[in-house]
Design a protein. Structure first.
Length: 301
């Protein structure tokens, strides 16, 4: 059975490892820069998963038929460049990273020059619910061929979007301006609204202009995602800003959302609270305590 290498063992890499193992793929190799820290989430995940830990990027790619790159957004090209020397001719390189079109093109050149087959992939939904059945937009000259082969790894919702590398990334990241921007707007609005005791009125009023929804549930979900994954989302929004800037547009909202997502990170303990109001109160207390000693740094949430 074809060896699969997972470059990056965060949320997405872990889902790939679990689902591939469940489908009977026993030759799984993983590499993550965080393996250097035995206490890192990636190192702990590797210890719990049926994967062999590689000592380096090129060694991880050696002998693999498929390399899945799921690193942080800023490391799209560095990861491809690090893996490239170990790629065997014709190996698939499945780039899932939320990086700008320009950075995707740099990664593609590194892979193609090494003899690999680069496939850009934009994940168009959270991966937790549909896992390897999640919708992916594929890009690049090998996209159609990979779409036919992807079923062997359980990838069942692959859409060939473009023969040009970068367009799928543009779709993903222009969408992120809205989705992560909405997360950031809800977080900022409700942190302030809670101070004034008007959060219910704010949420209830949204259906007057936006599609009717359970905005309490929507806000709870969106804020929890920012709190839990804010650092990664901040990096993604930095790449969204690069995407917008590459189009000749000032990325004012993208940069602000990147900052807001980063400030939301690190409050995972708030998610143990029983409801949205308690989550917000927990974050406010935590930030107030931190800000008391760091007012001059402008670090308040």
């Amino acid at each position: 059975m074809t060896r699969v290498t997972l470059v990056g063992l965060g949320e997405v890499g872990t889902v790939f490892a679990e689902d591939l193992a469940a489908r009977g793929h026993t030759d799984l190799v993983a590499w993550d820069t965080a393996f250097a820290d035995p206490g890192s989430p990636a190192a702990r995940a590797a210890a719990a998963l049926p994967v062999a830990r590689a000592e380096g990027a090129a060694a991880a790619a050696s002998g693999a038929g498929l390399v899945v790159s799921a690193v942080t957004a800023a490391n799209c090209h560095p990861a491809a460049a690090a893996v490239a020397p170990g790629l065997r001719p014709g190996a698939w390189f499945f780039d899932l990273n939320s990086s700008s079109p320009g950075h995707k093109q740099q990664a593609a050149r590194a892979v193609e020059q090494a003899g690999g087959r680069y496939v850009e992939a934009a994940l168009m939904s959270p991966i937790a619910s549909r896992r390897l059945g999640s919708p992916f937009l594929l890009g690049g000259p090998h996209a159609a061929e990979f779409a036919s082969a992807g079923g062997a790894w359980g990838l069942s919702d692959l859409t060939v979007y473009s023969g040009e590398v970068g367009r799928a990334a543009a779709s993903k990241l222009c969408r992120s301006v809205i989705v992560k921007g909405l997360e950031s707007l809800l977080t900022e609005s409700l942190l302030a609204a809670r101070h004034y005791g008007v959060e219910k009125e704010v949420l209830d009023s949204l259906s007057n202009i936006l599609p009717e929804a359970d905005w309490q549930a929507v806000a709870t979900y969106f804020i929890s995602r920012s709190v839990l994954h804010g650092r990664r989302r901040s990096e993604e929004m930095a790449e969204a800003a690069a995407t917008v800037e590459e189009a000749g547009v000032q990325p004012l909202m993208s940069r602000a959302a990147s900052r807001r997502q980063l400030l939301a990170a690190g409050h995972a303990d708030a998610l143990a609270e029983p409801d949205l109001a308690a989550v917000i109160d927990h974050i406010r207390r935590s930030r107030a305590a931190a800000a008391a000693g760091h007012v001059s740094r402008g670090t308040s949430l």
